[in-house]
Design a protein around this ligand. Structure first.
Ligand code: G16
Length: 541
């Protein structure tokens, strides 16, 4: 097969010209920004995915078009590596360089990538592409596919799917279907069979009731949940709200990010009994949080930290009862509530580590354990089982029937990346097995009040951090001032970091009381405005 790199330039110039010189970076989860500026980025990512596939010996590489939790006018793109993990960091730099060169320099830049990485351009390549349900996603998907075609790669389009589904398709294809069938039906079948076998016909137990409300954030998660319901044997009774049908905008006043950050229920909540389990996922269904309202109408959140601790406690007990020995570890980020970290260390006695934001960092760290549990507080996470753990569990099944539960859990969990629906089915399984309702779950420890702010600054990259983002290095002096503010509050903790998905600086604060948390976050927000070039409106408490 002969490849003429001139074609890449011709496509770019004629169909996907670069219309801005504003630099863009492969951030926390790929490229994100206003959809109207992304056509050239998408085309180039199609080109890069094709090269990456050739570099990886023809393995399938995934491309997901989504801006996940961002507002509807935004879109984005992330690449998925052969084992379903996020793109290798050294290629993030290659991606950033590729999308920032001018159209005139594109051909040369592609030639450089080929040369630097000794890619055989004549070898075969396979790219899978999927998108969320934003109105501009189909246009951007075409741009990715054209990028693949420009380099004579093979492209398979999956249409509207969740991000975790794309990860699943990629792994399934690259493991020659050992992981599952790389189709939408294959995905439903794998999760539903494991879930229903784990239920074993027992729909209600102890305080556990077989009913929940599912907030789909007007995103693709809602559509897919409706498909799950059609295929499930009433094993879970679900009301889906914010389905994305009609006027509702993706993530607007609903979804996991809204519920977590605003600490309030999403719009369109039906009137339900107090203590009813409610679930919110984000725009591409890779994050999930639970919440409920008590009998005095007060809102309560069960976020990623709660899911992680629930899963860790349950797996520890199960592993013990199977009489096997596996090293279990938990990975969090700086956003983890201090009370959850105390609970993990002092009650569960599980090793816990803190890494920078972004599932790629958590996933990487979790691989160090036999059973690595990772969750960001925002509800993004999963559990990874090492090959050793899988073989020990498979062996244990022959002597201990309880180990079968572990095997089924491995099937239920989407190990490749956080998967809101798979995580939700896992939580439902655990609560059902324990006979727990939300009151039992929330009583394991008391969260410290916490608050997040978004601060607009001229250039968010003036802020740099270290120690898993807990310490601000630049602008010089900001950390000293944060330390001084924090020292005035009992159990106070605060940090600031530039977002990798939105053009803002994020502020996190927690303290012993709600009022202290509000004051501390406000003070730190003001410090960011003053010392890091704030441009936003005046901050209010
Ligand atoms: C993405 C990442 C998450 C991260 C979140 C916020 O989530 O996958 O790991 O926590 O962005 O990142 P940042 O604070 O850097 O903006 P999603 O759901 O938007 O893909």
């Amino acid at each position: 097969m002969s490849i003429n790199l001139r074609t890449v330039y011709a496509f770019a110039r004629e169909m996907y010209p670069k219309i801005t010189t504003e630099p863009i970076q492969y951030g926390t989860a790929g490229f994100r920004g206003k959809a109207e500026f992304l056509d050239s980025v998408m085309f180039r990512m199609g080109v890069l995915a094709t090269l990456r596939s050739r570099f990886r010996g023809g393995s399938v590489i995934g491309v997901m078009i989504t801006a996940s939790h961002n507002p509807e006018p935004d879109n984005g793109v992330k690449l998925i590596d052969p084992k379903g993990e996020m793109l290798e960091p050294s290629w993030e730099t290659i991606a950033t360089d590729l999308v920032n060169v001018s159209d005139q320099d594109l051909e040369q830049q592609v030639a450089k990538i080929i040369k630097d990485n000794q890619i055989d351009v004549a070898s075969s390549s396979h790219v899978y592409v999927g998108m969320d349900n934003r109105y501009h996603s189909p246009r951007l998907l075409k741009a990715v596919s054209d990028g693949v075609i420009a380099l004579k790669g093979n492209v398979r389009e999956f249409g509207i799917v969740t991000t975790p589904m794309m990860h699943y398709f990629v792994v399934s294809a690259n493991t020659k279907e050992a992981y599952g069938k790389p189709t939408e039906e294959g995905y439903y079948k794998k999760l539903i069979s494991a879930f229903e076998e784990l239920r074993d016909g027992c729909l209600e137990k102890g305080n556990y009731r077989n009913y929940l409300v599912f907030d789909g954030a007007n995103g693709v998660g809602a559509r897919k949940m409706l498909q799950f319901i059609k295929r499930m044997n009433k094993s879970l009774d679900i009301t889906v709200i914010n389905q994305g049908i009609g006027s509702g905008k993706i993530n607007e006043d609903c979804g996991a990010d809204y519920v977590k950050v605003q600490q309030r229920p999403p719009k369109s909540m039906p009137s339900v009994e107090p203590f009813t389990r409610c679930v919110s996922v984000d725009g591409d269904a890779d994050r999930v949080v639970y919440f409920f309202t008590d009998d005095s109408g007060q809102f309560h959140l069960l976020d990623g930290d709660r899911i992680a601790t629930l899963v860790a406690g349950y797996l520890m007990d199960l592993i013990k009862s199977c009489e096997i020995n596996l090293r279990l570890g938990l990975v969090q980020t700086a956003y983890a509530n201090g009370a959850s970290t105390d609970y993990i260390e002092n009650e569960l006695k599980v090793p816990v580590s803190c890494v920078p934001t972004g599932v790629k960092h958590l996933h990487h760290k979790a691989l160090e354990y036999d059973v690595g549990i990772y969750f960001e507080a925002n509800g993004h996470g999963t559990i990874v089982f090492s090959d050793y753990a899988k073989s020990v569990i498979a062996q244990a099944v022959t002597t201990n029937p309880k180990a079968k539960t572990l095997l089924l859990l491995i099937d239920l969990i989407n190990e490749t990346v956080g998967d809101a629906i798979s995580d939700m089915l896992l939580v439902e399984t655990i609560l059902n097995h324990k006979g727990w309702d939300v009151k039992d779950w929330i009583s394991t420890y008391n969260d410290l009040p916490n608050r997040q702010l978004k601060i607009k600054v001229k250039d968010r990259n003036v802020i740099t951090t270290t120690d898993a983002e807990r310490i601000c290095v630049k602008p010089v002096g900001l950390q000293d001032e944060i330390n001084m503010a924090v020292s005035n509050y009992k159990r106070g903790r605060a940090f600031v970091r530039p977002s990798g998905t939105e053009d803002v600086v994020r502020v996190y604060a927690e303290a012993a009381t709600k009022e202290d948390t509000e004051n501390l976050s406000y003070e730190v927000g003001l410090l960011v405005q003053r010392l890091a070039g704030g441009v936003g409106p005046e901050l209010t408490k």
